[in-house]
Design a protein around this ligand. Sequence first.
Ligand SMILES: [Zn+2]
Length: 172
Amino acid sequence: METITHNLVGIIIQILCFRFLIFPWNLIGTIFFAFISHIFVDGIAIITYHTPDAQKGDKFWLVWHYIIYGVSLLSIIIFIIPYWLGMIFANIIDIWDWLILRPIQKRIRKKNPESKWGEKYYLHRTVDWVRDKLFFWLPVRNYKKSGIMIEIFIIIALSIILGFLGPSLFIT
Ligand SMILES: [Zn+2]
């Protein structure tokens, strides 16, 4: 799913871990559960609008991504202090696959288009595995534009939960 969705889940996990666990388990719990959360959140992402490849010729795709990237960036700015740990680990699978592995693979393929280098290091393979085992019954809607409504609904629901938890925007 989108960064904003992972961010909100990571923040909620960090709040809960810091509320109910003592040091160092609050840190370990935040890292562990935020990391795991990405697998489950992405596992159900097929019910939302997620085309496997960028559709830069499609105006709808472009506008949606401008908005969702903007909101994602805003959530990082607002919550980075003190929720950077939960947010980083809720997104680390995307950071590794999209920002590190894919650019390296692209470079290698420029020289050798047949190269299979890196395929097995993609962490989203775990997501695919979990989806096949646990979420195979979900309807596949990743090309359906109305799928953005489901993600928007999830974002609003998470924001309400966050509101109830009362995030602290300062280190206490
Ligand atoms: Zn992901």
